[in-house]
Write a protein that binds this ligand. Structure first.
Ligand code: SAM
Length: 366
């Protein structure tokens, strides 16, 4: 599928045509990654953040938010909980927290890897190449870093560089695409994604985002609707650079499913979650609709309930209320749509096949 076709699908409004898109994506999903739905235990271990992204409630601009950072034992308890729930992966997510040192997180990763069979995914923002290498050596296998939008002007507006003077990070121009390349070189399964319906995001930009997923040959791709947070600059000050109304992408549920479906068609073997933001728009059937339209992953929250409400990226985030019953219900919901709960780590087939091909190339070259 080329850029023009992606663009035209994003603009499609005919329900019958959209049914065709959902069917195609579902078919591509089944043929490439099967009916297994992989569950990842999401652990939001710190809401400290040095950044001031205009869209996000964790930024330094959000005054009055009680900040927390879980200790290593608390994180290990989340890993145990993920094992108990038979998940194959723990996702360690936080704001970009300068209070989390490279070595501290490496020790946590090592403990999880020694004490559990879990794969470890990190989602902790833009960190130095040395730290990324240290965490890879400690046993982290995957890293999620959304590039948020491929439109550099829009990106700079909503994701400002860090002010000079911040230890270790000052003067660094934010370049998430460059970090994605570093992660690939370091041997991580590489995950990225974008927000859908950012003020100023046009259909052309979003089509380019999806095209870029394919060019980057991503192993995991998680995208979700932009949900305005009243505590953030983007919501408080309004957007001063809106796109013309007929070119602005809506942050709607349907648009989110279109992105999931098109992503599946462009990246058939990637792991693609039905994201929390989609479930926030539709708590009743958001996950199911995502899973029927190309997704094959869900990331239930295993963060201790007392911290969840404080990880307020945007209001009314799905997952704050998830408890033991919720986890069994989720499994039932997956079975009800003809899926199977994935067993084991659920590594990305894209990643596995790339490694096999690279090995074959290396053997042939010898
Ligand atoms: N600090 C890490 C990072 O920046 O990659 C991980 C945490 S960050 C909160 C995770 C993701 O939340 C971001 O990549 C962004 O796409 C998403 N996000 C933040 N604010 C959002 C909002 N208002 N609506 C939807 N998604 C949002």
């Amino acid at each position: 599928m080329n850029f023009v076709e992606i663009h035209d699908w994003l603009r499609e409004t005919d329900d019958r045509r959209l049914e065709e898109l959902w069917r195609t994506a579902d078919d591509v999903r089944r043929r490439n990654v099967g009916d297994e739905v992989h569950l990842r235990g999401l652990t939001e271990f710190s809401n400290h953040c040095v950044r001031r992204c205009a869209y996000c409630g964790l930024g330094t601009h959000t005054r009055g938010l009680e900040r927390y950072r879980m200790n290593a034992d608390e994180i290990l308890a989340c890993a145990d909980r993920a094992v108990e729930l038979e998940y194959g992966t723990i996702v360690l997510q936080s704001g970009q927290d300068s209070g989390v040192s490279g070595q501290w997180l490496a020790d946590v990763i090592e403990r999880i890897r020694q004490q559990t069979p879990l794969a470890v995914t990190l989602s902790v923002g833009e960190r130095s190449e040395d730290e990324l290498a240290l965490w890879r050596r400690a046993g982290a296998g995957r890293y999620l870093l959304r590039f948020e939008t491929s439109d550099r002007t829009l990106y700079e507006r909503i994701h400002p560089d860090l002010p000079a003077g911040q230890a270790g990070l000052n003067g660094v121009r934010s370049d998430r695409i460059a970090i994605l390349h570093q992660l690939r070189e370091l041997g991580y399964e590489v995950g990225s994604g974008v927000m859908i319906g950012l003020p100023g995001q046009t259909y052309e930009t979003l089509a380019r985002d999806i095209e870029l997923f394919g060019e980057l040959d991503l192993d995991m791709i998680g995208s979700g609707p932009f949900i305005p947070n009243p505590h953030t600059p983007l919501a408080r000050n309004g957007d001063k650079h809106p796109a013309p109304a007929d070119r602005q992408v809506p942050n709607s549920e349907t648009m989110s499913y279109k992105v999931i479906a098109l992503t599946r068609i462009i990246c058939p073997q990637a792991n693609i979650p039905a994201t929390t933001a989609v479930a926030t728009l539709n708590g009743r059937t958001g996950y199911e609709s995502g899973l029927r339209r190309g997704a094959n992953v869900v990331m239930p929250n295993v963060t201790p309930p007392r911290y969840r409400a404080l990880y307020e990226i945007y209001p009314a985030k799905a997952g704050v209320e998830q408890d033991g019953d919720y986890h069994s219900l989720l499994k039932e919901r997956i079975l009800a749509i003809g899926g199977r709960v994935g067993e084991g780590r659920g590594d990305s087939l894209n990643y596995i096949n790339r490694r096999i091909t690279n090995k074959e190339v290396a053997t042939c070259a010898r």
